[in-house]
Design a protein around this ligand. Structure first.
Ligand code: PEP
Length: 265
């Protein structure tokens, strides 16, 4: 399946898999061969967002794994916008660069729900990390109550407002080149087993792309990959990825086991 922006299969391990489990994951993954052989299908890339303490183990084990698994970009699930300072419990861009990280997940709904992340703080992280050279996968998505109240689009507009602010001359000018990815993750579908139907997901993606087109410009809209996340599994991945507006998947539960992770490709 050929996609204009390629296809990204990304895993979010959340607060799962310490060092030993991380090593075991890559050991088992190394024994699995894809039907496409030693490479991902054309245009397919992959990233795994692991707990910070498992980062070093994941990078080492991934580098030693056979192709295509050694091509997975290992990233983390959050980072601060400041480069250093009195921010207990946080991790900075320079620390991540030193550790060889190139991609960071930002604004996941669990960070918004449990740790006070807002659209503004997610934006501050996003712009700072893009300026430092990272790829950023920014997560957005409505709650069940918002969807039921017909507020899906207004929620997405609010969450993306800081990012699109200023349009093509805004703070993200120069970064609309594919290094900013958006993950549409309806909160009601995350970890619940409920999946947006392919057409629900495609409609939300089309709305986001139109928002980017209207507020930033056609080039930004054309270059920004939009991934779907929410109970993606080996069973439903093909149908979701076949949707024209879907450029990849961000996967939680099914990325934790080598078997199910490998079956997403
Ligand atoms: C996620 O963690 O971003 C996610 C989509 O989780 P799950 O696939 O388990 O719903």
């Amino acid at each position: 399946m050929s996609k204009p922006r390629g296809l990204r299969i990304a895993g979010n391990w959340k607060m799962n898999q310490g060092v030993a489990e991380t090593r075991a994951f890559f050991e088992s993954l190394s024994k699995i061969q894809l039907p496409s052989g030693k490479s991902f299908a054309p245009g397919v890339t992959s990233s795994l967002y692991v707990p910070a303490l498992s980062l070093s183990a994941a990078k080492d084990a991934c580098a030693k794994a056979p192709a295509p698994w050694n091509g997975i970009a290992i990233g983390v699930q959050n980072a601060h916008w400041e480069k250093s300072g009195a921010y207990t419990g946080e991790i900075s861009g320079p620390m991540l660069l030193e550790a060889g990280v190139k991609t960071v997940l930002i604004g996941h709904s669990e960070r918004r729900q449990f740790f006070g992340e807002t659209s503004e703080t997610a934006f501050k992280r996003t712009v700072s990390l893009l300026q430092q050279g990272f790829e950023v996968m920014l997560c957005v998505g409505e709650t069940r109550a918002q969807r039921e109240a017909g507020q899906t689009e207004s929620c997405l507009r609010e969450q993306l407002a800081p990012v699109t602010f200023g349009g093509s001359t805004g703070p993200l000018m120069g970064f609309w080149n594919g290094r900013l990815l958006i993950a549409y993750e309806p909160v009601w579908a995350i970890g619940t087993g409920l999946t947006a139907t392919p057409s629900q997901a495609n409609d939300a993606h089309a709305f986001i792309r139109k928002l980017l087109k209207d507020q930033v410009g056609p080039d930004a809209a054309a270059k920004t990959p939009i991934l779907y996340g929410g109970s993606v599994t080996p069973k439903n991945v093909a149908e979701l990825m076949a949707q024209p507006e879907i450029d990849g998947a961000l996967v939680g539960g099914a990325s934790l086991k080598p078997d199910s992770f490998s079956q997403l490709f």
